[in-house]
Design a protein around this ligand. Structure first.
Ligand code: SAM
Length: 228
């Protein structure tokens, strides 16, 4: 190869590599920006606004977990424990796990759901082994992930679950950004059922539905997905 051709190849390789690196860094940077928001005052303000838990959520969890082969759960983005509290009234608290990026939320979750395991973690890099729990889930958390890290977050939920993955999120047929406390890219309605189906076609829909205010939730669409 002539030195000119060699130089051209090196340059092309470097350009492709740099492009991939830049794309990866961009993906991580946007996820990190939003995680930083939730870790800081923006997240603290969310915890203050939602300090009062809604007891009406208990019925959904009792119905969902009753009689199923679910002995342990992990909620990613557990907030102040508004779901953990009810789940820990059904399952042994030591089999109930929650992670959240916000320290104030974790402190409240521990107080609201005593005996559960609430730890600091990022949704896109869960510090748990494959199949650690029977059910891994999010409630109002995928909506706060950017397009770039959403597949990573979903993959982590699927990885740490032995049997089921549950999502309960704001639905829109097409991805739609909703204004959220003055921050860009902080709330995205999407077709989460379709995205799970496309990324993980092996998951089967076990149950699905909609949870409104009368059930203690904020108009979320949900699905319980079963692993093969
Ligand atoms: C809207 S709240 C929902 C809380 C809870 N799931 C519920 O239903 O009440 C979103 C929570 O997810 C946490 N969160 C958002 N993005 C996260 C991420 N990438 N990793 C970990 N926690 C995250 C926030 O700190 C916040 O507590």
């Amino acid at each position: 190869m002539t030195s000119e051709a060699e130089a051209e190849r090196t340059q092309a390789g470097a350009t492709a590599g740099d492009g991939a690196d830049a794309a990866w860094q961009g993906a991580v940077a946007e996820a990190a920006r939003l995680e930083g928001l939730w870790r800081g005052e923006f997240g603290d303000a969310y915890v203050r606004r939602n300090a009062t838990l809604d007891d009406r959520r208990g019925r959904f969890w009792a119905d969902l977990l009753g009689g199923r082969d679910i002995a342990s759960t992990l909620e990613v983005g557990c907030g102040q424990g508004g779901n953990l509290r009810h789940i820990a009234a059904i399952l042994p608290p030591e089999a109930v796990w929650g992670v959240d990026v916000n320290a104030g939320a974790r402190a409240r979750a521990r107080a609201n759901a005593p005996g559960t395991n609430v730890v600091a973690a990022l949704a896109r890099a869960l510090p748990f082994r494959d199949g650690m729990v029977d059910l891994a889930m999010t409630v109002g958390v995928l909506i706060h992930q950017p397009d770039t890290s959403l597949p990573l977050v979903m993959a982590e939920l699927v990885r740490v679950s032995r049997r089921y993955v549950l999502w309960a999120e704001y639905h829109a047929d097409e991805t739609t950004e909703v204004a959220y406390h003055g921050e860009q890219g902080a709330l995205l309605k999407r077709d989460y059922g379709r995205i799970y189906r496309e990324l993980f076609p092996e998951l089967e829909v076990d149950r699905e539905g909609f949870l409104g205010e009368e059930a203690g939730f904020d108009r979320v669409t949900w699905q319980l997905l079963r692993k093969p």
